[in-house]
Design a protein around this ligand. Structure first.
Ligand code: CO
Length: 160
């Protein structure tokens, strides 16, 4: 079932999430909720804190590319600084140029707890970085200037 998307700067979005340690039915249920919530919100990725769950679990699903379920992910290598237009389901209607890397290598577990390594570049690398940041308590607005961040904070208050 789709859950409501939490809006920045809610505490669950600005606090590092905890490692997932249970690879059983509860994790499967969380992954299903994430997928339903992402689909309903028409997102290309979603992290568990965005539905109020403080665990290191996320989905990556850019259109036309392979989708990934990532549990306890970390970026182990990054290269090629680049600036990309970015938005987030938790910051509706706001899109800003954001510093990222062109290429990353990430390590993560799947729903069974098996470890994988994946190289990504371009759009896929972008979504990996965005979702892994969520698990570290970072939303893209934290990478913008103080002025832009303050403006966006005001706009989010008006949404409520
Ligand atoms: Co986001």
């Amino acid at each position: 079932m789709a859950k409501e998307i939490v809006i920045w700067p809610a505490k669950v979005l600005t606090t590092p999430a905890k490692p997932a340690t249970d690879f059983g039915p509860e994790l499967e249920k969380l992954l299903e909720e994430l997928e339903a919530s992402m689909t309903e919100a028409e997102g290309i990725g979603i992290a568990a804190p965005q539905i109020g769950v403080p665990l290191r679990v996320a989905l990556i699903a850019p259109e036309g590319l392979t989708a990934f379920e990532i549990v306890n992910p970390e970026v182990i290598h990054s290269e090629g600084p680049i600036s990309l237009q970015e938005g987030c389901l938790s910051v509706p209607g706001q899109f800003e140029q954001t510093p990222r890397f062109q290429k990353v290598r990430v390590r993560f577990q799947d729903r069974k707890g098996e470890w994988h390594e994946q190289e990504a570049e371009g759009r896929l690398a972008h979504v990996f970085q965005h979702e892994i940041d969520h698990l570290d308590g970072l939303v893209f607005v934290e990478k913008l200037s103080q002025l832009k961040r303050a403006l966006i904070r005001d706009r989010m208050k008006k949404l409520k």
